[in-house]
Design a protein around this ligand. Structure first.
Ligand SMILES: [Mg+2]
Length: 351
């Protein structure tokens, strides 16, 4: 392996909404949101037309309808998204076996040793997906996962952005801190109060200062704001966990609201898990994470091979009850057995 990695982040553009628009021409010209089965539910994905009205994912449905009264709301068809996602992942593996799915509509590829320019590969991937699935997709190319993910978002929708290693320092300097993984609206606010907007400004802080402000996340932030990220691309077979997190635009204060969010997030997480049969066979336990409005966070886990909603709800309730403060973020996840089961090994491609 060479020292400088070539990572591609492939991200479908408003995936669920795009699938609905593809399958029903009547939905193409209207503001569309896929989401919540109840008014307490949230928007899962909004198309670009709806985004113009301020409708976005994680927004409660009743607020979405206030912002855009003629919003067309369709229930999610996770079966369909999952099937498509499986096919898209299979296609991605034709470039490299090093494909790490991040969710149903996103994946990282490590093409360091693919023997061809990453830019060419990214272009091919986008063309093939557009052609074979009739769905828009964006891609980012960079030396690590952090930057590849930022890059795929840079020219969205239907775009591509390449960040060569030599341009990383300059790119990162001008980058708003909000773009960094782990910096949500609240952390952004907090940094702004210190006069920090860009990564260049954050780079002035010592590791110690960052830790004082952000706890353990601070030491990670020290690297992130320099564009440094050593996380490897992990194909499903060596994956240890799969999770889904959501930062709420408005803090969630009541247990009933939290439970509705748990149900929505669980539906998505389950769809994601079922899209990866090799992972489903290895479920070892579940976990729940709640971050409160003061940035403190707590998590709870239970072992066992089951992942139904009834496994997550009590954990979420218990975690939520640990602080009197409203919740800013909710995360649900599965942990996996470290070694593939014998059944799984049969499915591994031959070397
Ligand atoms: Mg996407």
């Amino acid at each position: 392996m060479s020292e400088v990695r070539k990572i591609i982040h492939v991200d479908m553009d408003c995936f669920y909404a795009a699938v609905e628009m593809r399958d029903d021409p009547r939905l193409r010209e209207v503001p569309l949101a896929v989401g919540g089965s109840s008014r307490r539910g949230v928007v899962t994905t909004a198309n670009y037309e709806a985004r113009r009205f301020g409708v976005h994912s994680a927004l409660p449905v009743f607020l979405a309808l206030q912002r855009c009264p003629h919003l067309v709301l369709v229930p999610p068809r996770f079966e369909q998204y999952r099937a498509l996602s499986r096919e898209i992942r299979a296609l991605l593996r034709s470039w490299t076996p090093l494909v790490e799915p991040l969710s149903l509509d996103e994946a990282y590829l490590d093409v360091t040793d693919a023997g061809r320019p990453a830019t060419t590969i990214a272009t091919e991937i986008r063309q093939r997906i557009r052609h074979e699935f009739r769905l828009p997709v964006s891609a980012g190319v960079a030396p690590n996962k952090l930057l590849a993910k930022i890059a795929s978002d840079w020219n969205k929708p239907n775009g591509q952005f390449v960040l060569p290693p030599g341009e990383v320092p300059a790119f990162v300097r001008d980058l708003p801190v909000r773009r960094l993984w782990g910096i949500g609206p609240r952390a952004e606010e907090r940094l702004r109060a210190h006069g920090v907007h860009s990564c260049a400004q954050l780079q002035q802080w010592s590791a110690h200062e960052l830790e004082q402000e952000f706890g353990r996340f601070g030491s990670e932030l020290f690297l992130l704001c320099r564009g440094i990220d050593h996380r490897p691309v992990q194909p499903a077979r060596i994956r240890k966990s799969l999770s889904n997190e959501r930062t709420f635009p408005e803090p969630v204060a009541s247990p009933e609201d939290l439970e509705a969010r748990v149900a929505d997030l669980h539906e998505e997480l389950l769809a994601d898990l079922h899209g990866q049969p090799e992972l489903r066979r290895r479920v070892a336990g579940v976990f729940v994470k709640v971050k409160f409005s003061d940035f403190s966070s707590t998590s709870l886990s239970r072992s066992g091979p089951h992942g139904s909603l009834s496994r997550f709800l009590p954990l979420a309730r218990e975690a939520f009850a640990r602080s009197p403060l409203p919740a800013r973020l909710l995360g649900l996840g599965f942990r996996f057995h470290p070694t593939p089961s014998p059944h799984h090994q049969l499915l591994l491609p031959l070397p």
